[in-house]
Design a protein around this ligand. Structure first.
Ligand SMILES: Cc1cn([C@H]2C[C@H](O)[C@@H](COP(=O)(O)OP(=O)(O)OP(=O)(O)O)O2)c(=O)[nH]c1=O
Length: 201
C-alpha cells in the first residue's frame, strides 16, 4: 500500500490527486456530516476534512499520510451539501440562480505526530437559470452526489458566469494547496515526478 492514502469516495478527488502525479491508495472514511449547532460554514468544512483524514488514519493504524477533504457550497450563512433527493436539488439550484455563492473546500493531511489543514474559498457566480433547464439538469442525475447540486466540471458548467478563486477547489481538491500540504508532510510532489514519466500515478 502506498504511503499516501486519500480518505475519499469522490472520483473527482482521486482524479485531481492523480493529476499531481502522486502515488496513492484510496480508503474512504464514513463520518457523520451533520453541522454542529451554531457552527460556521468555515469551521464545519475544516472539521469535516480533518475528521475524514483522522478517522481513516486511525483505522489504518498509523504509519500512513492521509488526505481528507470536504466541499460545501455556502449561500449567505446556509451550508448546501449534497442534495437529499431531486426536489432538494431543484430547490438548491433555484436558490443559486442569478447570484454569487462561495464554494468552501478544506484539505487536511494527517500523519504520525503531525497534522495540518487549509481552507480554500472560491466565489462562483451563476447566471439566471430557467425553470426548464433546472428540471432538465436534475433529470441528468449529475446533481445528486455534488455539494450545491451542480458540477462545474460537467453540464453544470453552463450555469457559471465566472469564478474567482480555485477551479480545482470547486471540483473537490485544490491542487496548489494540496501540493503545499504534501510538501510540509515530507512529500514534495515534484520529487515524485522525477523519472516517473508522463501520466504516471
Ligand atoms: C460544487 C461542486 C462540488 N462537487 C463535488 C465534490 C465532492 O465530491 C462533492 C461534495 O461532497 P463531499 O462531502 O465534500 O465529498 P464526497 O462525499 O463526494 O466524498 P468524500 O467525503 O468521501 O471525500 O461535490 C463537484 O464535483 N463539482 C462542483 O462543482
Amino acid at each position: 500500500m502506498p504511503a499516501i492514502v486519500l480518505a475519499s469516495a469522490s472520483p473527482r478527488r482521486a482524479e485531481l490527486l492523480g493529476q499531481l502525479g502522486v502515488t496513492f491508495s484510496v480508503a474512504p472514511a464514513d463520518i457523520d456530516e451533520t453541522p454542529l449547532n451554531g457552527e460556521s460554514p468555515r469551521d464545519y468544512v475544516i472539521r469535516m476534512a480533518e475528521e475524514k483524514a483522522r478517522v481513516c488514519f486511525q483505522r489504518l493504524g498509523g504509519g500512513k499520510t492521509v488526505i481528507g477533504s470536504d466541499t460545501s457550497v455556502v449561500l449567505g450563512d446556509r451550508i448546501l451539501g449534497k442534495p437529499a433527493d431531486p426536489d432538494d436539488a431543484r430547490e438548491m439550484l433555484r436558490a443559486l440562480s442569478g447570484r454569487s455563492h462561495q464554494v468552501m473546500t478544506a484539505v487536511a493531511v494527517v500523519k504520525d505526530g503531525w497534522a495540518d489543514s487549509t481552507l480554500v474559498i472560491t466565489d462562483v457566480h451563476f447566471r439566471v437559470l430557467a425553470a426548464d433547464e433546472v428540471d432538465a439538469y436534475v433529470e441528468t442525475g449529475e446533481s445528486l452526489d455534488k455539494a450545491g447540486s451542480y458540477g462545474i466540471q460537467g453540464r453544470g458548467g453552463v450555469f457559471v458566469d465566472r469564478i474567482e478563486g480555485s477551479y480545482s477547489a470547486v471540483v473537490g481538491l485544490p491542487l496548489t494547496e494540496t501540493a503545499k500540504l504534501l510538501q510540509s508532510a515530507g512529500f514534495p510532489v515534484w520529487q515524485m515526478w522525477q523519472g516517473a514519466g508522463q501520466g504516471s500515478r
